[in-house]
Design a protein. Structure first.
Length: 96
């Protein structure tokens, strides 16, 4: 059973690169990145191979290709806060 989290659901859509975040190459025509938090159990089950870190940008320098389309990934900056992202998600992935 998951504990209640009043901060969920919450999501952001990023539609272009900016000075703080350009790792997903969102300046491509029609691209966006969906960012949202998940519960800790889900994050750890999906990304069990990643090191457990509490630092910002903990996953940005691990060789993850954040330009991959339609792929669930830890958020490059806020992954340590159990946020995930999907660059250019398909409807099927979005619904899943």
């Amino acid at each position: 059973m998951h504990e209640k989290n009043d901060k969920l659901p919450f999501a952001t859509l990023i539609t272009r690169d900016n000075e703080y975040d350009a790792v997903s190459n969102l300046n491509r025509e029609g691209f966006l990145r969906l960012n949202f938090p998940v519960d800790k159990q889900t994050f750890e089950s999906v990304f069990k191979e990643l090191p457990n870190s509490k630092k910002l940008e903990a996953y940005m320098h691990l060789g993850i290709d954040f330009t991959n389309e339609d792929t669930l990934m830890p958020h490059p900056t806020y992954g340590s806060m159990i946020w995930v992202c999907i660059a250019d998600p398909s409807r099927k992935t979005f619904e899943a």
